[in-house]
Design a protein around this ligand. Sequence first.
Ligand SMILES: [Zn+2]
Length: 188
Amino acid sequence: MPNKFVFIFSALISFLPMESMAGPAADKVAQRNREPYAGYAKTCGFPILFARTHTVSLARIDARLGKIIVLDPVLNYPAQDRHRRYLIAHECAHHVLSHTTHSGLWKRMQEKGVEDQELSADCWAAEALVKAGLPEDVRFMADSFYRKGLFSPGSGYPSGVQRSTLVYHCLKSAQRRQAAIDLSSSEQ
Ligand SMILES: [Zn+2]
């Protein structure tokens, strides 16, 4: 990417005002989705809005609402429950791991930046859902990523197989950790 473009992009980002951190959400749609899975309010708590997006879901800092998660309304169908919870955890991870801040957005534009951030958000999501008692959601997503095959969908995104492999690995290690915690609490 030409340096000039990076400079212009950074300059534009630096114009984003401090009120982009403003909150909390007064939005009714957001309020209805406080706790999509156990532990969300405590670890994430970002308002969830439903609007058409090019990417099905995204995490961004809104000038009015602060850190938000935007989901495509299609994810509200009951058949999308697992997919929706996974994407909420994944987008939450982008905020928690500071991918949506100025420096996070800058890192995303570097070599392998998108791949790094996507895979770390996937692993974080897998762990959060195991903690919430929803390992089946994670397995479902690992399987559906796998079906997308070996090729990257573009824009630096990892391939489905790459994501599936990592998600499955994170699922297994989170389950081992959870089992150890359960065992030690049952021995007390
Ligand atoms: Zn992502």
